[in-house]
Write a protein that binds this ligand. Structure first.
Ligand code: B12
Length: 493
């Protein structure tokens, strides 16, 4: 079967570091590998970059189009993309999958979409393709929300979680034309690698553990070494919780070193208590990359703050993890969560903590009940009517205790205290002194764009948009671009 897999343009990157962390659609590459193994024809397009959707569809002549929906903030754009595909290619079966689609499919249950995959795609997509080819009843394909004349219905779940070794290597060659676009800050091109999936912890704001029932799956050491050896010098590790299984992580580090794998830059995400308890792991991994950053879920400046997020951790661990990591030459970055219910005192507590422990490289997101979490269910009445584009963790979804104006003043001030503030402790010239000449234009662009995070008015303008039909100007413009993308207007004329 001819299959076209699409990574849509989220079209919602005005705040946050999204544009500076553009990474490959790894989930689609694994699905593509599973389909290629079975002899299907697969094309993969990243619609953030040319060619346009119409061109992709014309070239691929797909019988099935798979669209990824990774983040809740992308629901509307995914629907727009599905509608455009339907017009361009009315006979194709349209399937949507990916983290947000699986965790909370309801917003996608629309006529433009034929089915939504509610689990990983490596097994489900080949089974669906086989069922479509064989003219079988699609209700026998597991892990779907399937459109029927009576509405969307669930098919049975997978009998067990898909082993990550079922498809050992992603079909990276399919995205070769897009590779030069993938970057993390000034590291370009970047490769996304997955060594494990899931997380056994239960942070209230996170939808990963709730989708995967706190499971944690690992790829075999051999497959990871093969993948790591094949990718380029800049690696972003997608794992939800790196180093979670210390003995296996140690074995993996040794296997990579034996194979002579050494990267220029790596970024992993981990927990502070894990790192604080296992300095030997960090020692073993350090030689794997010349520059090595760790992104910690720091979340709060007090034990009470951590407890309120079900972090099951203490701030002592944050301090200790930063000490251990820095002593071994790791870059320490991370994120803090800001609760709209905060008083001024909690902002001050956070600023003091950042200052005292040197966490100026961390970012700050607004507590956002993500669909698919118990927090979302609990807060549903307060969230009613909020548009999905506001689920980017830089918008308020309900009125903050301090009032929106004051909240955003303090939120912007929090960002001003970060290393990104060009009028603050680190000036543009200090940044320049640290980067390679060829990276100067990119890093300057990043830094200038991020100054918006420090402007209360920028947030307030969008906060004032309260009806779902209204959209920020930037999103409207992109929507027009989306229509143009498929040439619909031209076709009508
Ligand atoms: C890489 C990543 C990013 C990257 C790149 C994303 C991009 N735009 O391309 C960056 C760093 C930019 C990013 C940014 C953000 N991210 Co993000 N990100 C991830 C991460 C860590 C890994 C995803 C990944 O590639 N995994 C590896 C692959 C192999 O797995 P996969 O994608 O899940 O694919 C499998 C299945 O989902 C399925 N599948 C996938 N696609 C499809 C398609 C079809 C058709 C089918 C059938 C199946 C299918 O099959 C695949 C193979 O098994 C996930 C964590 C996670 N566990 O999902 C968070 C995650 C998706 N991100 C999240 C969030 C919150 C964000 C931010 C809002 C964070 C922020 N602080 O600003 C921003 C939003 C940016 C924006 N404006 O778009 C949340 C999403 C929650 C939600 N429900 O919305 C997650 C789940 C993290 C979390 N712990 O909460 N992110």
């Amino acid at each position: 079967m001819n299959v076209l897999l699409l990574r849509p343009d989220p079209g919602n990157e005005r705040f946050g570091l999204g544009p500076f962390f553009r990474v490959e659609p790894l989930g689609l590459e694994y699905i593509a590998a599973a389909l290629l193994q079975r002899g299907h024809q697969v094309a993969l397009s990243d619609l953030r970059f040319p060619p346009r959707l119409a061109t992709c569809v014309r070239r691929a002549r797909p019988q099935l189009v798979g669209i990824s929906c990774m983040h809740a903030l992308e629901y509307d754009r995914v629907l727009e993309t599905a509608r455009a595909v339907r017009r361009l290619c009315p006979s194709a079966f349209i399937l949507v999958g990916g983290h947000a689609a699986a965790a909370f499919p309801a917003p996608l249950e629309q006529p433009a979409i034929d089915a939504i995959c509610t689990d990983d795609g490596e097994e489900v997509v080949p089974m669906l393709v086989a069922a479509l080819e064989g003219g079988q009843n699609l209700a026998t394909v597991p892990a779907l929300r399937l459109r029927t004349p009576d509405g969307f219905v669930s098919t049975p779940p997978l009998t067990q979680r898909t082993s990550l070794d079922r498809v050992p290597l992603p079909a990276r060659h399919l995205i070769d034309p897009f590779r030069p676009h993938y970057l993390c800050l000034n590291f370009r091109p970047v490769w996304l690698v997955e060594t494990a999936r899931g997380c056994p912890f239960r942070c209230s704001f996170c939808s990963v553990w709730q989708l995967y029932d706190r499971s944690f799956r690992e790829r075999s050491i051999g497959a990871v070494v093969e993948d790591m050896a094949s990718v380029g010098p800049h690696v972003f590790v997608a794992d939800d919780l790196f180093w979670n299984h210390p003995a296996r992580s140690l074995e993996l580090a040794h296997a990579l070193r034996r194979r002579g794998v050494r990267k220029r830059w790596m970024l992993v995400q981990s927990r502070t208590d894990l790192v604080a308890r296992h300095p030997q792991l960090l020692e073993a991994w350090r030689p794997v990359a010349e520059l090595f950053d760790i992104f910690f879920g720091l979340e709060a400046a007090s034990d009470a703050g951590l407890a309120s997020l079900q972090k099951d951790n203490k701030v002592n661990s944050s301090v200790e993890a930063a000490r251990v990591a820095r002593a071994l030459g790791y870059g320490v970055t991370g994120n803090f969560v800001i609760d709209p219910d905060w008083e001024e005192a909690q902002f001050h507590e956070l600023w003091d903590f950042v200052e005292r422990h040197g966490f100026q490289r961390a970012g700050f997101t607004i507590l956002t009940p993500l669909p698919g979490t118990a927090l979302y269910e609990q807060m549903a009445p307060q969230l009613a009517g909020q548009p999905w584009w506001k689920y980017d963790m830089h918008h308020l979804l309900w009125e903050p205790r301090l009032g929106a104006r004051r909240f955003f003043e303090l939120y912007a001030e929090t960002w001003r205290r970060s290393v990104l503030n060009l009028s603050g402790r680190k000036r543009l010239r200090d940044w320049m002194a640290q980067v390679r000449l060829r990276d100067l234009p990119q890093i300057t662009h990043v830094l200038l764009r991020t100054q918006r995070l420090m402007q209360p008015a920028a947030y307030l303008r969008e906060h004032q948009i309260t009806t779902p039909s209204q959209r920020p100007r930037a999103l409207r413009l992109q929507s027009n671009a989306a229509r143009d993308l498929v040439g619909l207007e031209r076709g009508r004329r």
